[in-house]
Design a protein. Structure first.
Ligand SMILES: Cc1cc2nc3c(=O)[nH]c(=O)nc-3n(C[C@H](O)[C@H](O)[C@H](O)COP(=O)(O)OP(=O)(O)OC[C@H]3O[C@@H](n4cnc5c(N)ncnc54)[C@H](O)[C@@H]3O)c2cc1C
Ligand code: SF4
Length: 491
């Protein structure tokens, strides 16, 4: 029986982050593990509501009140089992998820403080590893069916684990030199140390998943070969087509897409290369964009020793608290999001747009000319208006464009399989997760567009369930979302 008054006795508390001056000297995670006593206290705040809206907020349908109560009573082993019933990789979501479940927590109504669900989740994941509970789950018998998964991000990995446990022979193809997708070389170590991916991969390998890394499917192996050698193919290639700009001066030296900065920087942090061609050390950095990617560029720039960093956002400064008219509980509110990288330094400018990247006379950028803007959306179309007389220059010798992604990359594999991208640059799925080509399924960012790890895992699980059914597998695998699923309250 959960504690009905825990939230009256305990305030919401998170463990302290590592001090900024210390963490800027390394690439280690910002949060140290939390003491058990704190996690159990915070789990006690969960009221075990009759209708747990947090379930609806979480695309995986994680059984949050169940494992909160198990943590409260110190039943870590049962909590690990309960969490893994719906989430293959809580060590990723517990570290990286923006936690829409917390936005939907009943304790958050009227400005209250939601349960620290994400923190409890990551500590259950930590206990799973520490207590040696992540033993391989091998299937009782083989189905004799073969599945190819292209892409080893969270969508591909979740699908692979579900399918191999159901008895199918699964091969995951990845063009990078190591599996993990964006979590490997896109997301910096200060958000996710890579041993968490490696430890989970050990479990997948022990369960029978085969990994073929360094293989660009469509180039080294054709789509036709893939189809001929497998009974089903899952495309989980992500949405990695970086959005660019045609702002004057874009071709100057020193103006780069964010991923061209992040990937080599993360490879340096991993010890795979000594230097990066785009180093922020000693430079005046301007980051354009306000999301996860921009915040990651900020944290990397500071660790590399930037002389100064400005982050520019097209949109106005969001409110600190939920606007109930605009985003009523339990929807995901538009509020100011402060990532740990923001407390490490830098200046944030809101409601500004770059008018020009300014040439230093020798073909390199020396400044960005910005202006204040107003933005409004009508009929789904964004209208940006410059406020006259507000132009000014910011010194810049490194500019990083973190302005989003235009869907999945156009690559030979798509033509080979007879799969097309739509106007949003993504691959559509039928209700059973098949693309326009029979037996070829799609999941994750490649289907949804640039999104979140929790959605990628949810789609990977659901696509695996559809593939299992397509292959005539016995019973049904869990399918937390449909291809048309949207975040709670999305309009
Ligand atoms: C910088 C950055 C920071 C982010 N931070 C967060 C965060 O904090 N929290 C969060 O929830 N989400 C975050 N995201 C989003 C999150 O990483 C993605 O939503 C998620 O990784 C999508 O998973 P996926 O499996 O669909 O694709 P991906 O992770 O993109 O993986 C796709 C994989 O497919 C491979 N591939 C593509 N084509 C081929 C081919 N032809 N042959 C073989 N392999 C191929 C690619 O190399 C890649 O490894 C971030 C994204 C970025 C860019
Ligand atoms: S995966 Fe994300 S939304 Fe789901 S319980 Fe964890 S933090 Fe919340």
């Amino acid at each position: 029986m959960p504690d009905p008054s825990g939230f009256l006795r305990h305030e919401r508390r998170l463990p302290a982050r590592r001090p900024v001056p210390v963490r800027l000297t390394d690439w280690r995670e910002v949060y140290p593990p939390a003491p058990d006593a704190l996690v159990r206290e915070q789990a006690t705040r969960c009221m075990d509501c009759g209708i747990p809206f947090c379930h609806e907020g979480c695309p995986l349908g994680n059984r949050i009140p169940d494992w909160n109560d198990l943590v409260r009573t110190g039943s870590w082993e049962a909590a690990v089992e309960s969490l893994h019933a719906t989430n293959n990789f809580p060590e990723f979501t517990g570290r990286l998820c923006p936690a829409p479940c917390e936005a939907a927590c009943v304790l958050g109504i009227a400005g209250g403080e939601p349960v620290t669900i994400k923190q409890v989740e990551v500590e259950i994941a930590n206990h799973a590893f520490d207590l040696g509970l992540l033993t391989p789950q091998r299937p009782a018998e083989s189905s004799g069916r073969r599945v190819a998964v292209v892409g080893s991000g969270p969508a591909g990995l979740a699908a692979a684990q579900q399918l191999v446990r159901a008895g199918h022979a699964v091969t995951v193809y990845e063009r990078d030199d190591a599996p993990g997708g964006l979590m490997r070389y896109g997301i910096p170590d200060f958000k996710l140390e890579k041993q968490h991916i490696d430890r989970r991969l050990e479990q997948l390998v022990a369960e029978g998943v085969r990994f073929e890394v360094g293989v660009d499917v469509g180039v080294e192996v054709t789509g036709e070969t893939l189809r001929a050698e497998h009974d089903a193919v899952l495309l989980a290639c992500g949405a990695l087509a970086g959005r660019d700009t045609d702002t004057p001066g874009r071709s100057l030296r020193g103006v780069h897409l964010a991923m061209d900065h992040l990937v080599p920087s993360n490879r340096v942090a991993a010890g795979l290369q000594k230097t990066t061609p785009i180093d922020a050390a000693g430079r005046h950095v301007v980051i354009i964009g306000g999301g996860d990617t921009a915040a990651d560029c900020l944290g990397v720039a500071h660790r590399q020793g930037a002389a100064g960093v400005h982050q520019l956002d097209l949109y106005p400064l969001p409110p600190h608290e939920r606007d109930e008219e605009r985003d009523p509980w339990p929807t995901w509110p538009w509020i100011l999001r402060n990532y740990p990288a923001h407390e490490e330094g830098g200046v944030r400018d809101f409601a500004v747009a770059v008018q020009e990247f300014v040439d230093d006379g020798a073909g390199a950028v020396r400044a960005v000319r910005i202006a204040e803007v107003t933005v409004d959306k009508r009929d789904g179309v964004r209208h940006v208006r410059v406020v006259p007389g507000t132009e000014r220059e910011l010194p810049a010798d490194l500019v990083l464009l973190a302005i989003g992604f235009d869907g999945t990359e156009d690559q030979p594999l798509l033509d080979q399989l007879g799969v097309a991208r739509n106007r949003r640059g993504v691959v559509e799925a039928r209700p059973d997760w098949q693309t326009g080509a029979d037996g070829v399924f799609v999941a994750g960012d490649m289907h949804r567009g640039a999104s979140l790890i929790v959605w990628a895992i949810a789609e990977g699980r659901a696509a695996a369930a559809a593939i299992h059914s397509y292959l005539g597998g016995a019973g049904a695998l869990p399918a937390p979302v449909t291809p048309a699923a949207q975040p709670i309250g999305a309009r």
